[in-house]
Design a protein around this ligand. Structure first.
Ligand code: COA
Ligand code: NAP
Length: 276
């Protein structure tokens, strides 16, 4: 893991990092990067089995871990789990809001409940987590990292629900940075580009379109979960002590040419599935 070569291995010793959706993919990659630098790590998601497997991985990196199921749509449950995490590991110093849901669907075929479901998980879930963690973040003068997406600022076809939710997250992040600076709490967003081997990319194109999509990315490739983890570690570190209210793209420039390569891949995927 590269992060151990460039940051002090004990950088986050004594810090508890809580990651929503931390049982898989990019969020687990973020959790691993903090674990590798000495953090204690708490993760939540809906499935305890998945969390238990992720916890094992985090422990092999030397971390103390608390893994407990919580649906981010349930504020009371999040409060309880964050209380348990604090009792086990110490108060939360870094909150990563990464839990999300996504599926590609034309707006005219998306049900009202489908739209609401993604907004509930992504946007309301991120507020629920941040609100539940606030007393602990105030105590630690901690920071919040939101995992956003390119859909927040570039319209992607079949992503009306995701774009609305992620744009909401980025504006919420700015509001929180404005209001909570007085408590020493920083808030920032990370925008991952297409990340190889993730559930997100399986749903939005799949591996057979990777080469074609990668050709449209200025840096010519998909990113890795580790690369998002490295950006997260930087934003939570003392090197970023004066950075708040920002959206950091970690995307190889993938959003600069717009979303047409993505749109073509989704169209092809839908045709292959007999849709559209
Ligand atoms: N296309 C269109 N609508 C869909 C859909 C799809 N592929 N998948 C779900 N929906 C709709 C459902 O039809 C339902 O609406 P309805 O009641 O009007 O029929 C609504 O979304 C909720 O579906 P449900 O399966 O009950 O939601 P859930 O809360 O169990 O699961 C999801 C949430 C749908 C986001 C699910 O895909 C999920 O759990 N995702 C997590 C993993 C993920 O998305 N990873 C990628 C992150 S980028
Ligand atoms: P992923 O592995 O599916 O990660 C999502 C995680 O959230 C899962 O562990 C899931 O676990 C959890 N989750 C889902 N609904 C939840 C809920 N209601 N409550 C609590 N946890 C919930 O997908 P990923 O592709 O790595 O995406 C991770 C993040 O990166 C997301 O915020 C996504 O929008 C963002 N992103 C991804 C890409 C990409 O290329 N993949 C690009 C840009 C942005 P359970 O199902 O067990 O709950």
């Amino acid at each position: 893991m590269l992060v151990q070569e460039f940051f002090p291995r004990r950088l986050f010793e004594g810090t508890t990092v809580f990651v929503t959706g931390g049982g898989s993919g990019i969020n687990l990659g973020i959790a691993c990067n903090f674990a590798a630098l000495g953090a204690s790590v708490a993760i939540c998601g809906r499935r305890q089995e998945r969390l238990d497997a992720a916890a094992e991985q985090l422990r092999t990196l030397g971390a103390r871990v608390h893994a407990e199921a919580a649906d981010v749509r349930d504020h009371a449950r999040l409060e309880a789990v964050m209380g348990n995490a604090a009792a086990a590991l110490g108060p939360i110093g870094v909150l990563v809001c990464g839990a999300a849901g996504n599926f590609p669907v034309p707006a005219e075929e998306l049900s009202a409940n489908g739209f609401k479901t993604v907004v509930d998980i992504d946007l309301l879930g991120a507020f629920n987590a941040t609100r539940a963690a606030f007393p602990q973040l105030k105590q630690t003068r901690g920071c919040v990292l939101f995992i956003s997406a390119g859909m927040a600022y570039v319209p992607y076809p079949y992503q009306v629900h995701v774009g609305a939710a992620k744009a909401g997250i980025d504006m919420m992040m700015r509001n929180l940075a404005l209001e909570w600076g007085k408590y020493g709490i920083r808030a920032n967003s990370i925008v991952p580009g297409p990340i190889a081997g993730t559930e997100g990319m399986r749903r939005l194109g799949g591996s057979e379109f990777e080469a074609r999509q990668a050709a449209a990315i200025p840096l010519g490739r998909y990113g890795t979960a580790d690369e998002i983890g490295q950006a997260a570690v930087f934003l939570a570190s003392p090197l970023a002590a004066y950075i708040t209210g920002t959206v950091l793209g970690v995307d190889g420039g993938s959003n600069l040419p717009g979303s047409s390569a993505f749109g073509e891949a989704i169209e092809a995927m839908r045709r292959a599935e007999g849709k559209g």
